[in-house]
Design a protein around this ligand. Structure first.
Ligand SMILES: [Fe+2]
Ligand SMILES: [Fe+2]
Length: 269
């Protein structure tokens, strides 16, 4: 039987997934996201890229209904699928690192939703904060639990944003995507193409890339972004399997690619 992915409505979808999304919707307000930017985007924790990869051997993403392997396995599965399709080396590297922002759990806490136990500020589909929540959000019944939806400043279609301001001017719910994007933007050498940085930043933005919401906020450039993200999403989603890899065995192949695009792989988190 063909394997299906992201079936959030099936009856056996774990209670943990549903609880995760309830907490995420309740807690991810505009003010919360701004606080997290201030708290986590300081880039004063040096850690080797490969050490960060190893750290994801101890993290299982609670929001993912399709995979209960350590996250590092998902990263290797994605990268290896991109490599098998003979896609460019930068895209293979992007597959390998796209979820590396989850390493935030190492210095996260339950209160922020950034810990091993509480992951609602770390993983899961993201949405825009500062404007109304679309029905395309997973578990849309939780939208009304978001305190910003009571605030006239934030509960209209465009909220605080200008019409057609474009994706890069929106503030998204806090999580591993924006975190890694900002960490890599701050990294002293970053020759990753714009496509890679967009894939990293927007891959969890399902209400946009799959739900097709937020059309009043998008600009011309975002059409290009959508093509890139759709292309990447195949590898993020459809490569999930029980096949496991040994990280030590794939480092030799990927390390030169990481050095080619990032220079020194000591990263400031
Ligand atoms: Fe992700
Ligand atoms: Fe992923």
């Amino acid at each position: 039987m063909e394997q299906k992915f992201r079936e959030f409505t099936k009856t056996d979808v774990s209670l943990a997934v549903k609880n995760h999304y309830r907490k995420m919707r309740q807690n991810q307000t505009f003010d919360y996201v701004k606080r997290m930017h201030n708290k986590y985007l300081n880039f004063n924790n040096p850690m080797e890229l490969w050490e960060a990869m190893y750290s994801l051997d101890n993290l299982i993403d609670v929001s993912d209904p399709d995979l209960d392997l350590p996250n590092v396995q998902h990263l290797i599965q994605s990268a290896e699928a991109i490599r098998n399709d003979n896609r460019p080396d930068w895209m293979q590297l992007t597959g390998l690192i796209h979820d590396l922002g989850k390493t935030m759990y190492l210095w996260g806490c339950d209160k922020d939703g950034t810990s091993q136990k509480e992951q609602w500020g770390l993983v899961g589909d993201v949405f825009v904060v500062g404007c109304s929540l679309p029905e395309s959000c997973v578990f849309p019944e939780f939208n009304k639990l978001n305190p910003d939806m009571e605030n006239q400043k934030y509960n209209t279609q465009n909220g605080i944003y200008q019409d057609k301001c474009g994706l890069d001017n929106l503030t998204l719910a806090w999580g591993h995507d924006e975190y890694l994007f900002q960490v890599l933007k701050n990294h002293k050498t970053n020759d990753l193409p714009e496509e890679a940085m967009a894939m990293i930043r927007y891959h969890s933005f399902y209400p946009w890339h799959t739900g097709m919401s937020y059309s009043s906020l998008l600009n011309e450039k975002d059409k290009q972004y959508l093509e890139w993200i759709k292309d990447f999403n195949k590898y993020d989603l459809y490569t999930k399997s029980n096949k496991t890899y040994d990280l030590d065995e794939i480092i030799d192949y990927y390390d030169p690619i990481a050095k080619k695009y990032l220079g020194d792989t000591l990263i400031y988190w």
